[in-house]
Design a protein around this ligand. Structure first.
Ligand code: ATP
Ligand code: MG
Length: 569
């Protein structure tokens, strides 16, 4: 019998020894050999809580937590919450949930940049005292205008040479709320002629009256990311601060702050951002999709967010395998969506129970089968995993098959059901189409067949062959369900514009309200995975209720990536 309605066996993630080498691992191995940081490895994953995590973040999470694990080190979860206006507790909660779901553990090391606001303030005071920071009265626009160009140096601020005493006084008064928002900033005094823009007296603090999700209204000034990040890493004793390539030009500044303050210096290492074909990986744009109602929420199964793909039926194991397979490099590229889907299939193939479901049903009546009779056919829950058991599939006179598995006039090379043609009903019998019923529009509504009682179980009674095997469900016994079929949310040739409406694939969600499925799935929990034989991998959506079953198509069966790989060999 079917046994417990849970997924099949799961595999533990690939062991660390098997992890392929990459340039970051090589740096760490070198550092350990050289006794740097006393051989410690301590990384962090530093999300800004201004949206939900997406599959791009998964790459960073797998890398940071994975390296720590591989080298017996630690990885912190740190919220980079220095920008109060866009950050919310909802995002913090979702991030915690998503990192856990991916399978990683920060133990008790969950931190917030805002925990360090006082220390960051004191360090800013230290930089002022060292003559390395000053209060500037230029507006944000004036600061921008005086930054110079790639060919010309910037213009030094007229406030650059204020005395240390005046700077200390003004900075404390900024904190005390004596000045309006945006009227002054604290800037580092570095080099307005530096070829690196980030070194041209970057802003460290701005005045901003905004409620912070953790510190409330305690602060009227907030540190900039570049100022805060390295110090937060330093406070936590981070050894390797791994970030994406766009921060490469910020590294001199990162180093300047920790060197000027004389504190522990973590080593910043940059790697390539994950980009996937046809996939939007920017929290800002994903937020727009949510706000403008193009999707039902951050966890819409079409979203590339971790909450979206979790609901869609992607598994943490598959995502980890995918992230492991793409490696890390020093130049940005684009990964084929087909590769991600390949890993999803590989994993679901192992764990998903097989059942028969008909997405677009058409009725079949077996004319020579006794009225009112029911019998059962045994079907394995997994072709290669006998331990997953088997189930009894009820069979009766009236069945449903897939509309596409029948043609009144078959096109060339069509081997499924048509008048006069015999096919196998999976696990059941050979049936032959004898006639059809049509409605007033000439549409076929019922397919009449006869069955061969000698072919019970689907075995040929006399060696005669059929060219195809189709799936079916018994009309009387089947459960109704809603099938949600997804395609890419973005059009393949979507224009690279801010106008999202022009980029959305109108077929990204197709709902099939009349789908039918074997009764064995009754009562299954949300997110149980299935392979609907011949149709695709599906899972039970969280919208399901006792009255209404809803299933998402996680991924189709056809594996484009496997074909690409085969060709390459
Ligand atoms: P987005 O542009 O989507 O908002 P972000 O980089 O601003 O991304 P953060 O919350 O700052 O988002 O990211 C946390 C960490 O995840 C950072 O270290 C960042 O480099 C990394 N990260 C973000 N996007 C990707 C990606 N596509 N591939 C790899 N790492 C990423
Ligand atoms: Mg960011």
């Amino acid at each position: 019998m079917i046994g417990m309605l849970t997924d099949g066996p799961t595999e533990t993630p690939a062991s660390s020894e098997k992890a392929p080498s990459n340039f970051i691992r090589d740096i760490i191995i070198q550092d350990i050999q050289n006794g740097k940081n006393n051989g410690r490895v301590h990384t962090r994953f530093p999300p800004e809580p201004n949206g939900y995590l997406h599959i791009g973040h998964a790459k960073s999470i797998c890398l940071n937590f994975g390296l720590a694990k591989d080298f017996g080190g630690k990885c912190n979860l740190r919220f980079d919450d220095t920008n109060p206006s866009k950050e919310e507790t909802e995002y913090v909660d979702s991030i915690i949930k998503d990192v856990r779901w991916l399978g990683f553990d920060w133990e008790d090391r969950i931190f917030y940049a805002s925990d360090y606001f006082e220390q960051l303030f004191q360090w800013a005071v230290q930089l002022i005292q060292q003559g390395q920071a000053y209060v500037c009265d230029l507006t944000a626009e004036q600061v921008r205008e005086t930054r110079g160009t790639t060919t010309e140096p910037g213009v030094e601020s007229p406030y650059r040479n204020r005395s240390i005493e005046e700077n200390l006084d003004l900075f404390h008064r900024m904190r005390a709320g004596e000045f309006p928002d945006g009227s002054r900033t604290l800037r580092s005094k570095i080099d307005m002629a530096s070829p690196n823009f980030n070194m041209r007296d970057p802003v460290m603090y701005r005045i901003l009256r905004a409620e912070h999700h953790r510190t409330g209204n305690d602060w009227l000034i907030y540190p900039m990311y570049d100022y805060a990040h390295g110090e937060c890493d330093s406070i936590e004793g981070i050894t390797h601060s791994i970030c994406t390539l766009e921060f490469e030009d910020h590294r001199p500044l990162y180093d300047w702050y920790v060197a000027s303050l004389g504190i522990h210096r973590p080593q910043q290492i940059e790697f390539d951002r994950l980009n996937i074909t046809n996939t939007m990986l920017s929290k800002r744009k994903l937020l727009m999709l949510v706000q403008k109602g193009f999707v039902s929420g951050w966890d819409d199964p079409r979203m590339p967010t971790l909450s979206g793909i979790r609901r869609r039926g992607y598994t943490p194991e598959a995502i980890r395998n995918f992230c492991g397979s793409i490696g890390v490099s020093k130049s940005n590229g684009v990964i084929e969506l087909a590769l991600l889907e390949h890993h999803i299939r590989e994993d679901l193939n192992k764990r998903a129970r097989r059942v028969m479901a008909v997405i677009d049903p058409i009725k079949v009546v077996i004319d020579n089968y006794p009225d009112g009779q029911t019998e059962e056919h045994m079907a394995p829950n997994h072709p290669d995993a006998p331990e997953m058991g088997s189930r009894a599939v009820p069979f009766s006179k009236v069945l449903y098959i897939e509309r596409d598995d029948f043609r009144e006039v078959p096109p060339p090379k069509y081997h499924r059901l048509f008048p006069g043609q015999e096919v196998r009903l999976r696990y059941a019998y050979f049936i032959k189409c004898v006639s059809v019923e049509k409605d007033e529009n000439g549409e076929v509504t019922v397919v009449h067949c006869t069955y061969d009682p000698a072919s019970r179980g689907g075995d040929s009674p006399d060696g005669r062959k059929v060219k195809s095997t189709i799936h079916w469900v018994s009309a009387e016994h089947a459960l109704d369900f809603e099938a949600r079929l997804y395609e890419s949310l973005l059009l393949e040739d979507a224009p690279q514009s801010e106008d999202l409406a022009t980029q959305i694939n109108p077929n990204s969600l197709v709902v099939r309200p009349d789908a039918k499925i074997e009764p064995c799935v009754k009562g299954v929990e949300a997110n149980t995975h299935f392979q609907f034989e011949r149709v695709g991998y599906f899972n039970v959506d969280s919208d399901s209720t006792d009255e209404k079953l809803v299933c998402n198509r996680t991924v189709q069966l056809r594996d484009a990536w496997a074909k690409i790989e085969k060709k390459a060999k």
